[in-house]
Write a protein that binds this ligand. Structure first.
Ligand SMILES: [Zn+2]
Length: 252
């Protein structure tokens, strides 16, 4: 059994026995990895106390071929998420990010670009005020859907392939069509929802989120959560709380 060095973000944590933790990390080179951290809940362990969700750092672990659970031997945090924990929306978005990474990725299936995007998102949550968070959340969710191959169709009508533009006049999103549908096609999709041009534009190009009003971003995020729920066949547990907090944002 050899030791593996990697960097990882803790995306799940369960207490185990009196003193240990079972942890799931999203790692740079190894993808999702679950490990036991023996003694991590002791105040004076080699891990410097319990490892928390969304802390990230350099790790050393070992795992036997074919085993589901490895053993964490070292963890040196380089990112503590202390700023995140002071802000209600940021902390809930970090839980949502951890939950999504856990359900969208597979064990030992690396996505280095998604790791970088996730780290960038956590750093933004740490630094930015809560009223700037929604645009980064939407961009992160898009990155995750892209790198895990579940992207919705947002550059054209999912049915007739007509290119998305400002002349559509009416805009719809259908989860069963997996994306936008135009007004000529919407009648065929019973689950479609009418959306504003502004929200559609934000989904078509997430850079537009930066200057969007909060109501526009809430509508875009509601659609994304519905879409993600459809793809996963279950609703992410933290999504409702995030949406509620987003609706209460003032000053944007
Ligand atoms: Zn169409």
């Amino acid at each position: 059994m050899h030791l593996i060095k990697d960097k990882g973000i803790c995306i799940r944590s369960t207490d185990y026995s009196e003193t240990s933790q079972i942890l799931t990390f999203f790692t740079y080179e190894g993808g999702k990895v679950s490990v036991i951290a023996k003694g991590a809940r002791r105040a004076k362990s080699s891990f410097c106390g319990p490892i928390e969700i969304c802390s990230a750092g350099d790790m050393v672990y070992s795992i036997r071929e074919g085993d589901k659970l490895g053993t964490l031997t070292e963890f040196n945090p380089t990112f503590f998420s202390t700023g995140i924990r002071k802000k209600l929306l940021a902390v809930n978005c970090s839980f949502l990010a951890a939950e999504l990474l856990n359900i969208f990725t597979q064990e030992h299936d690396p996505h280095p670009e998604l790791f970088e995007e996730s780290m960038a998102f956590l750093k933004r949550l740490d630094e930015k005020a809560d009223n700037k968070v929604p645009e980064f959340l939407i961009a992160f969710e898009f990155a995750m859907l892209t790198y895990t191959g579940s992207m919705p169709i947002i550059d054209r009508c999912a049915n007739c392939k007509r290119k998305f533009d400002a002349d559509w006049k009416q805009y719809y999103f259908s989860i069963s069509a997996r994306g936008f549908v135009c007004r000529d096609c919407e009648a065929a999709f019973v689950d479609k929802k009418a959306i504003t041009f502004e929200s559609a534009s934000c989904l078509n190009d997430t850079r537009k989120c930066e200057n969007a009003k909060n109501t526009v971003l809430v509508q875009a995020e509601e659609l994304l959560v519905e879409y993600i729920t459809y793809v996963l066949e279950k609703k992410p547990k933290t999504a409702q709380m995030v949406l509620q907090l987003m609706k209460s944002i003032s000053g944007r």
